[in-house]
Write a protein that binds this ligand. Structure first.
Ligand code: G16
Ligand code: MG
Length: 216
């Protein structure tokens, strides 16, 4: 059975995508073009750097290295102003139920996120104590669908990859879990996440029996 669980952050534990969107939109508008919610879908699970490259493509902008770095900092400062106001009311439904059940069973838990702000966000929503390991944008060099983020998580928890299960809302994340030979659990649109071993719209659909079957 599954001996450890790894959680993605944005789209699984909290909806930080809406704040990423506002911050990228501010930058786009400042540069004189629009950035839509639909375009923001392409940014989910994607590193900050890669997002800025895509944004500049959308606006037909090229940037010097220094300008690129300045925009990265600007976007992040803007994003952090939204994060600053977050609290536990922003945790997605029934996430604490699943975290505390797994914890009560003595199952080790890791975070596997592309975000460099992951620790600060978990602190803001008071979920940091649940996690035995945080693997985030500061510790990873290869982006999902590369399995690196989840393999480091498994290794930090002392569990072999085949004994891990991953909760993910992005297709690249499901692919990363599959590439790591872990059990992949899609949270969100089943049509988009059809490569997952299991699919749920959100954590309210995950019952204790499902978790018990996985870990037994
Ligand atoms: C998240 C978001 C992405 C964001 C990335 C990096 O991924 O979905 O939109 O660009 O983190 O975030 P930051 O700018 O905070 O380093 P995940 O992996 O948690 O779904
Ligand atoms: Mg995500």
């Amino acid at each position: 059975g599954v001996k450890a669980f790894i959680f993605d952050l944005d789209g699984v534990i909290v909806d930080t995508a809406k704040y990423h969107y506002l911050a990228w939109k501010n930058l786009a508008n400042q540069l004189g073009f629009e950035f839509t919610l639909e375009q923001n879908e392409l940014f989910k699970g994607v590193s900050r750097r890669r997002c800025l490259e895509i944004l500049l493509d959308i606006g037909n902008f090229t940037a010097s290295t220094e300008q690129f770095e300045r925009w990265l900092i600007e976007k992040n400062e803007d994003y952090l102003a939204y994060i600053e106001k977050m609290d536990s009311s922003e945790i997605l439904p029934d996430v604490p139920k699943v975290l505390s059940y797994l914890k009560s069973k003595g199952i080790p838990l890791a975070l596997g996120s592309a975000s460099k702000n992951a620790k600060a966000i978990l602190e803001k929503v008071s979920l940091l104590p649940y996690f035995d390991s945080l693997v985030d944008g500061n510790s990873v060099t290869k982006a999902k669908p590369n399995p690196e983020v989840f393999l480091i998580g498994a290794s930090n928890l002392g569990v072999s990859p085949e004994d891990c299960a991953v909760f993910e809302d992005a297709l690249a994340g499901i692919e990363a879990a599959n590439n790591a030979e872990m059990v992949s659990i899609g949270i969100g649109d089943k049509k988009i996440l059809s490569e997952a071993d299991y699919n749920f719209n959100d954590f309210t659909e995950i019952d204790i029996n499902f978790l018990d079957r996985l870990i037994s």
